[in-house]
Ligand binder design. Sequence first.
Ligand code: ADP
Ligand code: MG
Length: 406
Amino acid sequence: MTTKQTVRDIDVRGKRVFVRVDFNVPLNAERGITDDTRIRAALPTIQYLLGHGAAVILVSHLGRPKGKVVEDARLTPVAQRLAELLGQPVEMAPDSIGPEVERMAVALQPGRVMLLENLRFHAEEELNDPEFARKLAALADIYVDDAFGSAHRAHASTEGIARYLLAVAGLLMEQELEALGGLLSDPRRPFVVVVGGAKISGKIGVLTHLTGLADSFLIGGGMANTLLKAEGIDVAASLVEDDQLVVARDFLERASELSRSVYLPIDVVVAQRPDESAERRVTGIEQVPAGWTIVDIGPATVQRFTGVIEQAGTIFWNGPMGIFEVPPFAAGTRAIAEQVAASGATTVVGGGDSVAAVKQTGVADRITHISTGGGASLEFLEGRTLPGVAALRDNVPAVAIAGATG
Ligand code: ADP
Ligand code: MG
């Protein structure tokens, strides 16, 4: 379904391949990697390239060093973990450009791996500086983008470099484009969108675009409060974005014009303060006590949402149903995670916190696709063109090739 060429469509044997990966992993105070999911996610592409006789040059950013060398943002711990996972050495370059890096790249043999130092030690990376992109490109013969999570940014390593080299998608990028593209092109129906999280402002673009495509919306989390308030419900001290009330109304009206079903919470868990020790109780949505805060969806809402989830052909989920980081407020999110996993639908989960919730609940292996790109997956589902994707070579349809030979 992907309309982009991938590593499988080209000959990589004997070539030096520059692979933009997302190794922006969380590190603890001792610079230990606390979650290596992103490194593991890049393994299929790396192993494919090595297995097909390429020399692999891996490139990533880490943290926000803002154009300066920051010792704590070096990629050395990533090189170590990657070497363990691959079972072969990973040469760590001292920088991402410069004579020493060029020397190492030229000397890199097929079947070998090197990792360049943090791209964001150079301000030119985020500025998409053409000269910096050209220097990166000079290290290799082919460009592969496997960093879906950075594809919504036009940076030197995600967009600029593709002007100088044959540019194709990696296998993770391909998986993301197929899973998310499938939601937009021909989802098995009913297509149910489950959204939550703190704020409606960051997700209204997705909601709006998906009103044209989805059948039902199940909305919880903090963002439901703004919709509830727009419907005239008193949510007391709950998180509300008052500057989004008009936008919220517009969404509800458009959804209703298009005969989409929008389900908002009918009962909620409320607390005197949003912390663990505070007094809490379940109330109907019209009985939130003055001064109290909504912290989770209630059991009747879970049941109602479950009924819709059970019927779904396709589910996209982004955003927890409550303040799930606080254990007493996690029940709604966990229940929805379990229902989504058990639904039998094609399921796609995106967003850092939603993915964390799915993992916490222990159902990650029963989700069809867990997106590695938070911001990128949302922008994609807003129907926007991601610069890092646009930069990759298109699959030319067979018809067009036949026509061109005449
Ligand atoms: P994701 O990372 O999956 O895209 P978001 O970052 O949008 O999700 O939202 C996650 C945050 O939303 C969590 O920190 C959670 O505590 C918060 N949240 C969820 N429900 C509420 C609520 N009722 N009130 C305040 N914050 C909430
Ligand atoms: Mg988040």
